[in-house]
Design a protein around this ligand. Structure first.
Ligand SMILES: O=C[C@H](O)COP(=O)(O)O
Length: 284
């Protein structure tokens, strides 16, 4: 069992992760990974495991990244996977990723759904294969556009920062159900990255009120399957300052704004402060 799958069984765990997507080349990735390791090494409170940091570099970086983060609490992730060994030219099997020490793998990221035609059937195959190889699926879900609710009398847009949250939560719950083929036992082994598509690559994240509302309703829906405590982290232009304003969200999945490693450190501090507040007798 990977460090991540053990940690993810505790609903109090906070995840702080970052993907480089295709933003960094090889040398820049090495430099950045060194900086990220320093950010983690200078925060010994991470050893308690209540905050789990993870890093998801490009595929070719995985062996070097494994060496750079060895012995640190950082969990290594991959940005995608195939669903089988064998005649699948250009793919990477979950079993190979497991051999490289990968603890979690992104599946169904919005960019893969949009640009590479990944559909629910492919995503379900990947989720099952990753789980079978012992690599925790980091299932990426999120609505395409922010819902706009209108007042019945005037048709005017409701000026409510949580408008559309219920529709988004229901859509996301449907994406999760499709990704596990209705097998909620499998869903229990996932980490969910809730990433509203419209908030990815933006200047600002979705509002804290909106994200908290979507995740709250999502947890109610998941509760029908005994999964209200499933780890659900937020991604989409996340940056320092966001995590403390969220309610009921299990952490952040950072992108561009953590390509400055210092920002990753700032979010780790925020996560550690929240964890310390929940466990006042901790060593933090
Ligand atoms: O993989 C990370 C997410 O898609 C968020 O990326 P972003 O923070 O650059 O919008």
């Amino acid at each position: 069992m990977t460090q991540l799958s053990q940690a993810s069984k505790d609903p109090g765990t906070t995840f702080v992760g970052v993907s480089t997507k295709m933003y960094l080349g090889y040398r820049d990735s090495l430099r950045w990974l060194d900086e990220l390791r320093q950010q983690v090494d200078t925060r010994p409170a991470l050893a308690a495991g209540r905050v789990v940091p993870f890093v998801i570099p490009s595929f070719p970086m995985l062996p070097a990244a494994g060496d750079i983060i060895a012995g640190s609490p950082l969990v290594l992730g991959a940005q995608n996977c195939g669903w089988a060994d064998g005649p699948w030219t250009g793919e990477l099997s979950p079993s190979l990723l497991a051999e490289l020490g990968v603890g979690l793998v992104e599946i169904g990221h919005a960019e893969r759904r949009r640009h590479f035609g990944e559909d629910d059937a492919m995503i379900a195959l990947k989720v099952r294969a990753a789980d079978g190889a012992g690599v925790t699926p980091l299932l990426c879900v999120g609505e395409e556009s922010r819902g706009t609710e209108t007042t019945p009398s005037t048709g005017a847009a409701v000026a409510d920062s949580t408008a559309g949250a219920e529709g988004a939560a229901r859509f996301v719950c449907g994406q999760i159900e499709a990704a596990v083929g209705g097998d909620w036992g499998l869903a229990a082994r996932l980490v969910i990255a809730y990433e509203p598509v419209w908030a990815i690559g933006a200047a600002e994240p979705a509002s804290a009120a909106y994200v908290s509302a979507v995740v709250r309703i999502l947890r109610e829906l998941l509760g029908a399957h005994g999964l209200q405590g499933l780890p659900v982290i937020y991604g989409g232009s996340a940056k320092p300052g966001l995590l403390p304003s969220l309610d009921g969200v299990s952490g952040l999945f950072l992108g561009r704004f953590a390509h400055d490693a210092a920002n990753f450190g700032k979010v780790l501090d925020e996560a550690l402060s929240l964890a310390a507040r929940r466990a006042p007798d901790s060593e933090h």
